[in-house]
Design a protein around this ligand. Structure first.
Ligand code: DGY
Length: 318
């Protein structure tokens, strides 16, 4: 009898084709994440589950996942899965690293450009028929060239983000738990403590995973420490920023603007952010390019193929 795989949301065909070649595959065809009860009932008797970051794979789910050998998360982040408990239950957890680093870094840059040059405001201005003539002081933004870029978290995505600054003659500051000499040499990046990064950077981009240590890493004190002209970009996880504190900082003009792809209570966005012109808001699309989503689907599916064939997964989270 062939192994049974459950896929919690429809993923690109390339991934489903790989799975269907070997296993009996069931896909959630609803255009929404499953409730916890639905999830628990669907994974019953399955050998593998391909999950999304919206599936909370907590103790309760893991306790009921008697037959599941692997949860293959369709994301690089895995804060939705209780890794320690999965390990205790001897269930393998995998993610999709590397293939989405450039794509996510590109989106961080898209946000940086959009906020600093007021691209969305300008677009809305034209569409609403407000543009009557060229105006010398219309929608003045900020240059990117020659500014200081502050990167918090210099993992794969943080480094890809730094790499894309080449050509803009920027000074690169970064903060990370450990220093990376190779990165420093290659991009002329300078490791600084958090306070220095916050008060010296013109643009600050977050590239840390969400953990107990990074929860609300950016709160009132950190925002107060930034330049009044600073722009904050977040493509990591919403809860890395204290959203309430960010709203206050933007309202009180403590910082200049923000570009956000992720939010504390997705898909709910703080209603005050929705009314602000100096923020650009996106619906968590960091890795959402056709090419990258295909690659993610392939890795997630192949992780399942490996594990169900008794082999080591390609990208196990430990
Ligand atoms: C990830 O992979 O963690 C991204 O947030 C999903 O787009």
């Amino acid at each position: 009898m062939s192994n049974k795989v459950y896929v919690t949301r429809e993923i690109p065909k390339i991934g489903l084709d790989i799975l269907s070649k070997y296993f009996e595959v069931e896909v959630n065809k609803k255009n929404r994440p499953l409730t916890k009860d639905e999830l628990i009932s669907k994974i019953k008797g399955k050998d593998a589950v391909l999950t999304q970051l919206t599936d909370q794979i907590d103790k309760e789910v893991l306790e009921k996942a008697d037959t599941v050998k692997i949860f293959a998360n369709y994301a690089v982040g895995y804060n939705n899965i209780d890794i320690e408990f999965a390990e205790k239950r001897k269930i393998i957890v995998t993610n999709t690293p590397e293939v989405l680093s450039d794509t996510t870094a590109e989106l961080a840059w898209a946000l940086l450009f959009a906020v600093s040059r007021r691209v969305v405001e300008g677009n809305n201005y034209v569409r609403k028929g407000k543009w009557k003539q060229f105006s010398p002081k219309l929608l003045l933004g900020q240059d990117i060239n020659n500014k200081t870029l502050g990167i918090i978290g210099a993992g794969r995505i943080g480094k890809a983000f730094a790499k894309k600054s080449i050509g803009y003659d920027m000074e690169i500051l970064y903060h990370n738990r450990s220093r990376d000499m190779e990165f420093e040499k290659e991009y002329n990046a300078k490791w600084v403590d958090m306070d220095t990064l916050l008060n010296k950077s013109d643009f600050i981009s977050l590239h840390v995973p969400l953990t107990d240590e990074t929860y609300h890493l950016i709160g009132k004190n950190e925002l107060d420490n930034m330049k009044k002209t600073a722009i904050l970009i977040n493509t990591s996880r919403g809860a890395v920023i204290d959203e309430e504190a960010l709203v206050k900082a933007l309202e009180n003009e403590k910082i200049w603007g923000a570009g956000l792809d992720v939010f504390e209570n997705e898909p709910v966005v703080h209603n005050k952010l929705l009314d602000m012109d100096n923020v650009v808001l996106l619906p968590h699309i960091g890795s959402a390019s056709t090419e990258t989503r295909d690659k993610m689907a392939k890795i997630a599916a192949n992780n399942i193929v490996q594990v169900l064939n008794g082999k080591d997964p390609i990208s196990q989270v430990k």
